[in-house]
Structures are given as structure tokens and as C-alpha cells.
Design a protein around this ligand. Structure first.
Ligand SMILES: NC(=O)c1ccc[n+]([C@@H]2O[C@H](COP(=O)([O-])OP(=O)(O)OC[C@H]3O[C@@H](n4cnc5c(N)ncnc54)[C@H](O)[C@@H]3O)[C@@H](O)[C@H]2O)c1
Length: 421
């Protein structure tokens, strides 16, 4: 096993930590990515991913890691792991074009005994129905007999200081039990615990279940946040109390909407698959509807708050704090800050932002002014909206310096000029 060749296709948030772990475990790792800039950066020792340091890239290069954008220089491999994006198509359905392209590459680099593992999140059946036939056609070999094919969902949680690639249990599910054996043998070398699924389909579903569970529970508290305010109930306090129950309850918190590459996107893959059966996946569709309305709700709350202080949104200076999709990371994908800013701009607000992780921010081609000095920006704004509670934001300082503050994260102490979502 260690000493074998491993090819990681797609060197992003998912592929890069895997490449590091495999290189550390003694595999000869090659990384293939279409993005020549990413490849050049990695070869120069630069990380482009939160949670991965330049030192880890240097260590991986010392272990013999090489990145390339040119498939032609790659030899047939013992293990090929596909970690490419699975976005939504224009019709909000699955867009498997990157997975298909990466699978075609894998097919050309297959040999007898190769393990191909898909880590990209996708709907149940993809590994068997999409990858299997493509790989067999490209290689002339048979899955489950000549080579091994499995799905192993990535569960990386960017910014999590406790759980990283190595200590998060890794699920593997193969097309056949022998495929699962091969995947289990590989992943056991790179992470601490491997969980066997019954087949690739259950492994695919496990990932979607995890993300749908988060999506639905976040929607539940978002909907509750809206009516709790009208009922004069402090939902944040109710959640704090409920979370003391040592069993049967896990706290989720309201916010300005869901972001990132997983929660707003992955459940669509599942609802697409369910719709092929002729009926909708109602929980997901409802969660989608509630969560995607939150930026609009926050805009309305901002307008109401300004109005109560005799100000119109039109012309008001509104400062957004934290425009990434999650606290303490730089990833902006699907961040709810974007639709929120769009709505505020449409109502005539003068929007600026502050975010230690985002050096420049544009909305529909319009560059949004970045506040350099946080303290001065807080004092200058008619309204401050806290969107991400980055560690750089001291709640006491926010209360003190802001004239009017809408806290969408429930972290700022109560004050007459502070309102929680
Ligand atoms: N980011 C996360 O936190 C996370 C967590 C769990 C699962 N996932 C899933 O993992 C998959 C990858 O996500 P990511 O966040 O790593 O994406 P990413 O955009 O960070 O990285 C993907 C990389 O793949 C490259 N690529 C695209 N097509 C390619 C091809 N045909 N050949 C070679 N390289 C190609 C891109 O250039 C990019 O660098 C997605 O399905 C995502 O849903 C992501």
C-alpha cells in the first residue's frame, strides 16, 4: 500500500487535505487540477485553501508530491480519487460535468487493480450509474472484477479546530464488497477510522443525509426566529436552555441564510433524485424556501430598525461585518451576504463591508467599499449588520462603537441600540 501511486483529481478544499494525508502516509501522490494557477501556486509551496498551511504544502512537496494541469504527463495509477466540484445546473439540478470529465481522465489512467474513489457529493446511484460505465468504456476493464470503484464522501468542516481529515471517520461504499475492501484498505492508511457502508449508494446517501439534516434544522430555527420575535420570545435563550438537555437535542442557530458549497447545494441533488420518482422531497424544498428567504428577512429587519430611528434605507450607510459564508474562514461561496447586499443596494443603501478574510468584494460587477479601520467604520455607519461572528469581532466593542446594530448571530450583548435576529 504505502509506496503506491495515488492521483488526486481536483486540488480544492477536499482534494488538498487528502493529498497531504496520503503523502504523509507514504504514498507517491500526484495532484491533477485544471486550474494552472493553483498548480503553479502549490508547486511554489503556496496553499489556496483555508485550514491548509504553506508549511503543509512544503512538507507534501518534500514527500514527493507533484501537481500538474496536464493529464498527459500522468502514468496509470494504483489509486485515483476524484474531488471535483458538483455545482447546480441553471435549472438548479445536478451539474455532473466536472465529475464526468474527471472520470474520463481516470478511465484513461486505469490499470488492472486500480481503485477509483469518488469524493464529490452527489445523488445516490452516481458512482454505479455514471462512473461505472464511463470507466469501463474508457479502460475496457470491468468494475468489481478488474478494478475497484467506490464512493467515499468528504466530511471536511472548514475552520473546525478539532476535527480534520485524519480524525473524522471516513465512510466507504463500493460497487461490490471487494470494491469496499479496496477502499477500506486505502483509507485505513490515511485516516484513523473507516466505516463500511453496504454499498456506494448508502455511502452517497449518508453524505446527503448529513447535509439535509443540517439544512432542515437550520430552516426550523430560522422559521422559529421569525415568529418568536412576534411572540416576544427570545429564541436564542430558548435554544440555550434546550441545549442543556443531555440527550435527544442538538442545537442549531438562526442566521442570515445558509452558505458554502454543501448546505445550499447538496440537498438539491437529493430532491432531484426523489423527483425522478414522481414526487417531491418536501422537507428539503421547504428548508430551501425558508433558508433562501432569510437575506430578504434580514433586509426587512434592517429597514424596520432604521425606520424606528427615523432613518430611511435609501441613503443610509450600512456596514456589513463578515461576508464569508462561515466564521473565521475565507470561503465566500454561496454566502448569504451577497443576496443581502444586493437587496440593500436595490433599496438605495450605501453598503460597505468589513471582513478580515476578504480583501475585495464585488456585487454584480459593483465594487463594495471595504472598511479598513473597524472602529471608525462602526462609528460612521447608520446601521451595522453582523453577519459572521469572526473572532476578530469583539462583541463588547461592537456594542460600544456602533450607533445601531442588527446581530444575526446572537452574540452581541443586549443594549437599546442592538437588536438580535
Ligand atoms: N468544501 C467543503 O467543505 C466540502 C465538504 C464536503 C464535500 N465537498 C464536496 O467535494 C467536492 C469538491 O469540493 P471542493 O470544495 O473541494 O471544490 P473546490 O472548488 O475547492 O475544488 C475543486 C477543484 O477541482 C478542479 N477541477 C474541476 N474540474 C476538474 C477536472 N475535470 N479535472 C481536474 N481538476 C478539476 C477545480 O479547478 C478546483 O481546483 C464537491 O462535490 C463538494 O460538494 C466539499
Amino acid at each position: 500500500m504505502p509506496g503506491q501511486d495515488v492521483l488526486v483529481i481536483g486540488l480544492g478544499y477536499v482534494g488538498l487535505p487528502l493529498a497531504i494525508a496520503a503523502a504523509r502516509s507514504g504514498f507517491r501522490v500526484t495532484g491533477l487540477d485544471l486550474n494552472a494557477e493553483i498548480v503553479a501556486g502549490l508547486m511554489a509551496g503556496r496553499s489556496h485553501v483555508d485550514d491548509v498551511t504553506d508549511a503543509e504544502i512544503a512538507e507534501m512537496l518534500d514527500h514527493g508530491f507533484r501537481a500538474t494541469a496536464d493529464e498527459a504527463v500522468v502514468e496509470p495509477q494504483d489509486v485515483i480519487v476524484i474531488c471535483v466540484p458538483t455545482p447546480l445546473s441553471e435549472a438548479a439540478g445536478p451539474d455532473l460535468s466536472a465529475v464526468r470529465a474527471a472520470t474520463a481522465t481516470a478511465g484513461r489512467l486505469l490499470k488492472a487493480g486500480t481503485l477509483v474513489s469518488l469524493e464529490s457529493t452527489t445523488y445516490p446511484g452516481t458512482t454505479e450509474e455514471v462512473l461505472g460505465p464511463l470507466l469501463e468504456k474508457a479502460s475496457g476493464l470491468t468494475a468489481g472484477i478488474d478494478f475497484w470503484l467506490a464512493f467515499s464522501p468528504e466530511r471536511i468542516d472548514p475552520g473546525n479546530p478539532v476535527y480534520g481529515f485524519a480524525n473524522t471517520p471516513k465512510i466507504v461504499g463500493g460497487l461490490t464488497p471487494s470494491c469496499t475492501d479496496a477502499a477500506e484498505a486505502f483509507y485505513a492508511q490515511v485516516c484513523e477510522q473507516v466505516i463500511r457502508a453496504k454499498s456506494a449508494r448508502e455511502a452517497e446517501m449518508a453524505k446527503l443525509l448529513e447535509n439535509t439534516y443540517r439544512h432542515v434544522n437550520i430552516a426550523l430555527v430560522n422559521e422559529m426566529a421569525i415568529f418568536c420575535r412576534e411572540l416576544d420570545v427570545d429564541l436564542w435563550d430558548a435554544i440555550r436552555c434546550a441545549a442543556t438537555k443531555p440527550f435527544g437535542f442538538q442545537p442549531f442557530y438562526p442566521g442570515p441564510g445558509v452558505g458554502g458549497h454543501c448546505i445550499p447545494i447538496d440537498p438539491n441533488y437529493l430532491s432531484y433524485k426523489v423527483r425522478t420518482l414522481g414526487y417531491p422531497f418536501r422537507f428539503v424544498e421547504l428548508a430551501q424556501e425558508i433558508n433562501s428567504r432569510m437575506p430578504g428577512y434580514v433586509t426587512d429587519r434592517a429597514a424596520e430598525l432604521l425606520n424606528r430611528h427615523a432613518k430611511a434605507v435609501n441613503g443610509a450607510k450600512v456596514l456589513l461585518l463578515g461576508v464569508t459564508y462561515k466564521r473565521d474562514i475565507a470561503d465566500q461561496r454561496e454566502s448569504p451576504a451577497r443576496p443581502l447586499a444586493r437587496k440593500l443596494l436595490a433599496r438605495g443603501a450605501q453598503v460597505s463591508y468589513h471582513d478580515p478574510y476578504v480583501p475585495a468584494w464585488t456585487i454584480d460587477g459593483q465594487s463594495i467599499p471595504r472598511a479598513g479601520d473597524l472602529h471608525a467604520a462602526l462609528a460612521d455607519a447608520d446601521l451595522v449588520i453582523l453577519l459572521q461572528a469572526h473572532q476578530a469581532y469583539d462583541p463588547a466593542q461592537l456594542t460600544q462603537a456602533a450607533r445601531l446594530l442588527l446581530d444575526t448571530r446572537g452574540v452581541v450583548p443586549a443594549a437599546p441600540h442592538v437588536e438580535a435576529l
